[in-house]
Write a protein that binds this ligand. Structure first.
Ligand code: 13P
Ligand code: SF4
Length: 305
């Protein structure tokens, strides 16, 4: 089947089934192009909370679809490839965070949205890369100890940008954490007029080299609003699809060829096609777990308005 034939059926089923397709910026371009909405983790969660569709097909990774289900329990939430997980989310497990909560009942637990629903049950509030600094700042005013996890890099970045002291979980994203200052120097030598911008999941040494640090959506908005026309991109290569769409005359250079999220790229257009056709791969969460996890996701949405 051609891409156009698949698009035709997908658009027909979307109407018949009252379905909406949400896609993250790290998905392949042909998936972003057929999605009703493409966004960063926060924008997709906000969209999932508000949609009046009966079916949400979430083209992304497992924790993102789970967040949509936490917020929309009466909707059918489908994930085209069930094995699409997130390496960082898997670096925190329920047993360990439950134990931490029991041993530290007065500590505020702020949890990166890249975490499982089971772990979210023990958090006071969730954060994403776009609201982490402001939410951490909000909680720091309470004068209590704060644990932030699982992404240690975003934690170090938050501490560098404020007076807050955080206890950090030692999780990280394999692809962002692997980037080195020497990669940035090499790219700047090759493209001396380009601005380097990066996602806060990179380590602090790399972030110190960046002209701007932000979520996927914020990075796209930054290059669009900038009067510069060349950028070195320090996040997953998928964002360049939207950057190029919005800015056809600007040039984008990926910092390293390793900036491909294997998990995000598991989903192919055929998977989306079959998933919507057969309404398969439904996300199911135990209702007790969902209710517990909802509190920290709701709190995040309240603090993000
Ligand atoms: P964003 O919230 O910036 O879209 O990031 C999600 C993610 O998984 C980055 O690796
Ligand atoms: Fe997870 Fe890293 Fe992939 Fe983002 S890029 S989904 S943090 S593995």
């Amino acid at each position: 089947m051609t891409k156009e034939e698949m698009y035709k059926d997908i658009n027909k089923w979307k109407k018949e089934k009252n379905a909406v397709i949400l896609a993250h910026y790290y998905q392949d371009g042909d998936i972003q192009d057929i999605a009703d909405y493409v966004g960063d983790s926060l924008a997709l969660a906000q969209k999932a909370a508000k949609t009046d569709a009966d079916i949400i097909v979430f083209c992304g990774v497992h924790f993102m679809a789970e967040t949509a289900k936490i917020l929309s329990p009466n909707k059918k939430v489908l994930l085209p490839v069930m094995e699409a997980g997130c390496v960082m989310a898997n670096m925190m497990n329920e047993k360990d965070i439950k134990k931490y909560r029991e041993e530290n009942p007065d500590t505020i637990i702020l949890m990166y949205v890249n975490s499982t629903a089971a772990c979210k049950q023990y958090a006071d509030c969730c954060v994403t890369s776009s609201n982490a600094l402001s939410i951490i700042d909000h909680y720091s005013k309470l004068g209590k100890k704060i644990l932030y996890g699982p992404d240690k890099n975003l934690g170090y970045y938050a501490m560098k940008n404020s007076d807050v002291k955080l206890d950090l979980w030692h999780g990280f994203c394999g692809i962002h954490n692997n980037l080195k200052v020497s990669d940035v120097k090499k790219a700047k030598d090759l493209h001396p007029n380009a601005l380097f911008i990066a996602h806060p999941e990179c380590n602090l040494d790399v972030l110190n080299e960046a002209a701007y640090v932000g979520s996927t959506k914020q990075l796209i908005e930054y290059v669009t609003n900038s009067d510069k026309d060349e950028f070195i991109i320090g996040t997953e290569v998928g964002v360049i699809h939207e950057m190029k769409k919005r800015n056809p005359n600007k040039n984008f250079y990926i910092l390293s060829d390793s900036l491909r999220c294997f998990e995000m790229k598991l989903t192919k257009l055929e998977d989306l096609y079959n998933c919507l056709k057969d309404e398969k791969n439904e996300i199911i969460i135990d209702e007790n777990v969902r209710n517990n996890a909802l509190k920290c996701v709701d709190m995040m949405l309240k603090l993000s308005k």
